[in-house]
Design a protein around this ligand. Structure first.
Ligand code: PMP
Length: 384
């Protein structure tokens, strides 16, 4: 009797086919040829000197992108969620309090993560509640999403870091949807932990997540009473693997995704070539051009206050009388273009369009506007 009873699957005998598609949802965004080609370089060892050199270039790129001098700046192997857990699992111990700013889904997820490590959490929705909560609950960590991709809100960051520090609290900011598209100054704004993902403005494939810890954050992490719940995300291991500590030797922790590092390195090089200020300005200009075009189509923007609009991901009030799912499917089928519906609290309420990194251009805005105009003409509309 043959020991192999499950035959090779027929589906694996066919060639894999992946379509070209316009990726104008909230992420991932399209990967330009320069970054794709970087990822096609040969695999070498994750502990080889050449890989360490590339990792060191990534660290410098992250310091530039985040505007920080923190030496504990590196990329987590994983997506934005991995970095989010890395931040929370390292800085918070069981029984401690976490304060979570809520302006969409990401605060809810941060609260869920805190709960899993037996920390307590409370929410705040505005400055006054935040101040009360900081003095009353004495949280060790305050979480805020700078760019809330579910609602399309850009949250101001100035002044919050100083306030947190006054109450002995670390300031954690999620800039997955905003970095490179809107200004963030990690050191000047007193942000203690900042993270993002590779697949949005950076236009690299998903799978690596830049993160940085301030000295204040490192002090808290390295003086814990308990070990962080995750071995994989333990900052002392990761800091050593990325050469951020004083140890003479780097010790094997996990096999770094080397080809993903090549792509990330190149995406940071593209951002450095353009310059942060130019990139922020381009995203803002293109977003305003897009918003004007949407209004001339008769569509409404979900975020009323102009200053609070995220320039990378636009939320459009779901057109009354239409089924948002029919609109997104129509546009995908007819225009080969991804836009998406809402997420969490915005589900059913909005359409979301992401124009990030090299996707952020007036030509792409025209393409999305044309697709929307066509969908509004051809999708079923009920009387409202
Ligand atoms: N935070 C924000 C603001 C996001 O937009 C996303 C991705 N949509 C995440 C966190 C999670 O990132 P990932 O999907 O890469 O885990």
């Amino acid at each position: 009797m043959s020991p192999v009873s499950i035959p090779p699957p027929q589906c694996l005998k066919k060639r894999m086919v992946v379509p070209q598609r316009y990726m104008f949802g909230p992420g991932p965004s399209n990967v330009p040829p320069r970054i794709l080609e970087a990822g096609a370089n040969p695999v070498i060892g994750h502990m080889h000197p050449e890989t360490f050199e590339i990792m060191s270039q990534i660290k410098s790129g992250i310091q530039y992108m985040f505007q920080t001098q923190n030496r504990t700046s590196f990329a987590v192997s994983g997506t934005g969620h991995t970095a989010m857990e890395c931040a929370i699992f390292n800085t918070v111990e069981p029984g401690e309090n976490v304060l979570v700013g809520v302006n969409g889904i990401w605060g809810e997820r941060a609260a869920d993560m805190a709960q899993r490590i037996e920390a307590t959490y409370c929410y705040c929705s505005c400055c006054v509640v935040r101040l009360q909560a900081l003095s009353k609950h004495r949280p060790v960590l305050f979480f805020l999403a700078h760019g809330e991709s579910s609602t399309g809100v850009l949250h101001p960051l100035d002044g919050i870091g100083d306030l947190c520090h006054k109450y002995g609290c670390l300031f954690l900011v999620d800039c997955v949807a905003s970095i490179g598209g809107a200004p963030v100054y990690m050191d000047q704004q007193g942000i203690d932990i900042l993270y993002t993902g590779s697949q949005k403005v950076l236009n690299a494939p998903p799978g690596t997540a830049p993160i940085s810890f301030s000295e204040r954050a490192c002090q808290k992490v390295f003086n814990r009473r308990t070990k962080p719940v995750s071995f994989f995300l333990d900052l002392s291991w990761l800091a050593n693997y990325w050469g951020c500590d004083d140890k003479p030797q780097r010790i094997y922790h996990h096999t770094g995704p080397v080809t993903a590092f090549y792509s990330l390195r190149e995406s940071l090089a593209v951002l450095a070539d353009e310059g942060l200020e130019n990139s922020w300005e381009r995203h803002q200009k293109v977003a305003e051009y897009f918003h004007t075009g949407l209004e001339s189509l008769g569509l409404k923007l979900f975020v009323k206050e102009k200053r609070a609009r995220l320039p990378t991901v636009t939320t459009i009030v779901s057109p009354p009388g239409y089924d948002w799912k029919e609109i997104t499917s129509y546009i995908m089928k007819k225009h080969n273009l991804e836009i998406s519906g809402g997420l969490g609290p915005s589900l059913g309420l909005v359409l979301r369009v992401g124009l990030m990194g090299f996707n952020s251009s007036e030509a792409n805005v025209d393409m999305v506007l044309e697709a929307l105009r066509d969908a509004l003409q051809h999708c079923h509309r009920s009387k409202v």
